[in-house]
Design a protein around this ligand. Structure first.
Ligand SMILES: [Fe+2]
Length: 379
């Protein structure tokens, strides 16, 4: 099965489509990153909303990592002060994830966070009821895929929880390449590598299908060809990678993700999400390819799409891209003592992560531990 709830509007200057999208709504709340405010896109968006005759409220400068605490702080303002009938998220994946979570508790105040969150793959969260407030996502980075996905990742007390329900997938995504052109080179690199890993993992899960494959392959090819230029700031490359990020999001919305994401989520304290995935993926691919004919065959298919032959070639290609873009090893991001102290805990948590169920090979906790170690020492 393949599905996509989100209507996608793309193109240079497409932010102005907001004006048409908010018509008929009365109270619009824009959640914005600090960077989108600084670059003038928040005020541009506010103007489009006013043009359409709606009242506009804005919250700019949310914390980099969305947390339950942030949601709890914002909710009373939404309920008592803003009372929006439309939510707009303008920013990176974190801003969009925050808007999704706000929508859940704004629309269904009776819900309790712990009841609906996916803590791990052995827990059974309560289903989220039907939600009503419309959500428009306008991503400013090119990576997370949150503008089309049905998940919101939230932190509580240092642990990352996932809320997953089709109802939080945004109703509309506006992809205006002017926005991601404001990304610093490092953010462009890290988020772009996340897109590559989304493509590779979505293409090789147990539930991949020909339609998710099409999106995954196109995203992988685009990132492989254009990411180095995009990192350098090339305008056309930035646009291409921006669209590829959403394609990869559509792929993993359907095909889900695998072990690299399970491991990076649990090691989130070490560094940026996309960077961790880029570091981990060659080791995960080696692990999968050694144990599964299916994984080997699928990696070889990706390799051929890029002009190479085998699974081994693909792993080499990914390593070379990492090297070209200056991706460090884990040991450059965290000191040995801290890492070793936490290793058993994160290996166990990654083993229990929901995404492991979709990986082509089911790993044992000690095998995950081994993979973390390899990534740490850069073997
Ligand atoms: Fe990711």
């Amino acid at each position: 099965m393949f599905w996509l709830k989100t209507r996608i509007i793309e193109g240079e200057g497409s932010l102005k489509a907001l004006s048409k999208e908010v018509r008929g709504y009365e109270r619009v709340l824009i959640l914005s990153s600090r960077s989108m405010k600084r670059h003038g896109f928040l005020s541009e968006a506010e103007d489009y909303v006013r043009e359409a005759g709606a009242e506009v409220f804005s919250i700019a400068g949310l914390p980099a990592e969305p947390s339950v605490e942030t949601i709890e702080e914002l909710l009373p303002k939404l309920r008592e002060e803003f009372q929006p009938d439309l939510l707009v998220a303008l920013g990176g994946g974190s801003v969009i994830d925050t808007a999704k979570a706000l929508k859940v508790f704004y629309d269904a105040p009776e819900l309790n966070f712990e009841e609906i969150a996916f803590i791990d793959r052995f827990s059974k969260p309560k289903p989220v009821p039907k939600l009503k407030t419309k959500l428009i996502a306008i991503p400013s980075t090119s990576g997370a895929g949150s503008e089309v996905s049905a998940a919101s990742v939230l932190k509580k007390g240092g642990i990352k929880y996932n809320i997953v329900t089709p109802d939080i997938a945004p109703d509309v995504a506006i992809l205006d390449p002017r926005l991601p052109r404001t990304m610093p080179a490092e953010v462009a690199r890290n988020s772009g590598l996340d897109v590559l890993v989304h493509g590779i993992e979505a293409y090789t899960t147990k539930v991949a299908n020909p339609f998710s494959d099409a999106m995954a392959i196109r995203a992988i090819k685009t990132v492989y060809k254009w990411l180095p230029l995009s990192v350098k700031g090339d305008e056309d490359a930035r646009a291409r990678v921006h669209y590829a990020a959403t394609m990869a999001g559509i792929a993993f919305l359907n095909a889900r993700l695998g072990l690299a994401h399970a491991m990076s989520h649990k090691a989130a304290w070490i560094g940026p999400h996309g960077l961790l995935n880029a570091i981990l993926i060659p080791y995960v691919m080696e692990f999968n390819a050694e144990r599964s004919d299916y994984a080997r065959k699928r990696y070889a298919e990706i390799a051929r799409e890029l002009g190479f032959q085998t699974a081994k070639d693909l792993i080499e290609v990914v390593r070379e891209l990492n090297e070209m873009l200056g991706v460090p090893s884990l040991s450059e991001l965290v000191d040995e003592e801290t890492f070793m102290e936490k290793l058993d805990e994160i290996a166990e948590k990654a083993y229990r992560d929901g995404l492991v169920a979709f990986n082509p090979v089911e790993p044992k906790p000690e095998e995950i531990r081994e993979l973390y170690l390899k990534a740490f020492y850069g073997e």
